[in-house]
Design a protein. Sequence first.
Length: 256
Amino acid sequence: MSERPKISLITITRDEEALIGQCLKSAWFCDEKIIIDSFSTDKTVEIARSLGANVVQHEFTNYVKQKQMALDRATGDWVLLMDADEQATHDLGEEIIRTISSPAAADGYRIRRILYHLGHYYSHAIYPDTPVRLFRRERGHIGGRDPHDKVVVEGRVERLDGQILHFSYRDIADHVATINRFSTRAAMEQEPNAFTPFKMILNPAWRFFNFYILRGGFRDGGRGLYAAMTAAFYVFLKYAKLYERRLKSDTGGKYT
């Protein structure tokens, strides 16, 4: 019987000592673990190396480039992308081994992420998040627009049944800080125009309606309301920051 294909885990880190250990341990089925670290000031690097990860430190550029750096260093036949605040379930690991060992394996696989926040797993459709996370190394690269990177696969993409657990925010303050940081990066990737003020009103309203009504956020009670409100707030901030750039441009960098 031939050996199964080699799997590489890739991730990026900065000050993730609270979560990186569990992330790496959950990837027990991976043959190598590649981390691009943005000069963490805590014990992230020490923990990662103690668990067998190959850690390379590089100043942070953006999410797309940073993850591509990790991919460029992978040597496995297959690559699993996980963020430092994510954990693969044991069932997912076993499913991945079975899947890539099949001669009929696709070129990439979507894996559902389940967010854990406010002491609650959002298992309903409010977060229908199934990004491509497993792929043949020679058939994929990191694309998307910062800060929302994505795996781009050349070939057939299917979906696995297993799940990745996402422990993204320590608390509400941490969530708000993330929204502020991500909305700034998202706004920098776009250019303001005459429709920006209208989008600052309409797009958040649509996001709230989509999350709370269409996706069934109301079924999660107060937590669902919180999720819909913060999703809308993120969109509002992104367009507000675009609008701010437009004002600064119109006034030579100064408000009048």
